[in-house]
Design a protein around this ligand. Structure first.
Ligand code: SAH
Length: 218
């Protein structure tokens, strides 16, 4: 069961979380504003209502997690989102990250490989607020060739390598942000696609993500 009521208490806790994210180095006012506007407790079971605004990952079923708010803010900031951009997200999970991107005015295409998590989002009424999100059940390694090219691509699971089909589906000058697995730790990578299809790499901090797995489940 979810609680879909946003009280003054929730808003107060959210404001504190935003202050923490700022203190941890998140500087983008657009990212912080979007994270203040989207009630994270809507994406969690009511059992987590009191702790939904702690800077922690939480279980969402099927052995998966909603990412830690700091991680969501960090990836979103690296993606440098602008209104009306087409963004492909791999790993819908709770759809929290997708709603943050949609709140920032992007057209969001999000893929989930776990049937159950995909189905949960079908019945999630809050998403009616964001007609700019399209949900897909499939394997993120394949991307969405029909809807390509994308301005930006965001992977929210630990990738074993930079998925070549996703690079193909990125516009020239476009960015892809992804955690790349290095012996069980994941290092954040941002690539910028160049003319000719090659890309530049920028490496950032280490994080902890669930693995990006091949194929569909369910
Ligand atoms: N963005 C999510 C975080 C989810 S955790 C949120 O805001 O809640 C990562 C998700 O990636 C999991 O739901 C997992 O099932 C999914 N995933 C892993 N490998 C995938 C793949 N190849 N294609 C699509 N989704 C994948």
């Amino acid at each position: 069961m979810r609680i879909l009521e946003d009280t003054y208490q929730h808003k107060g806790l959210r404001k504190k979380l935003i202050d923490q994210l700022r203190a941890k180095g998140i500087t983008s006012a657009l990212v912080l504003e979007a994270m203040y506007n989207v009630p994270r407790h809507f994406f969690l079971d009511s059992a987590f209502d009191k702790i939904a605004y702690e800077d922690r990952a939480f279980p969402i079923g099927q052995d998966q997690t909603i990412s830690q708010p700091y991680t969501v803010a960090y990836q979103t900031q690296l993606l440098n989102v602008h209104r009306s951009e087409k963004i492909l997200e791999i790993g819908t999970g709770s759809a929290y990250q997708a709603c943050i991107l949609a709140e920032m005015g992007a057209w969001v295409f999000t893929i989930e490989r776990q049937r159950k998590l995909f189905d949960n989002n079908k019945n999630f009424s809050y998403k009616a607020k964001y007609p700019n999100i399209k949900f897909f059940y499939g394997d993120g390694f394949e991307g969405l060739p029909t809807f390509a090219p994308f301005n930006k691509i965001l992977i929210t699971a630990a990738a074993p390598f930079v998925p070549p089909k996703l690079v193909e589906q990125l516009k020239i000058g476009g960015l892809m942000v992804l955690p790349v697995d290095e012996d069980g730790k994941q290092r954040m990578l941002r690539i910028t696609k160049k003319v000719g299809g090659d890309y530049d790499e920028e490496w950032f901090d280490y994080f902890s993500f669930v693995p990006m797995l091949k194929g569909k489940n369910g």
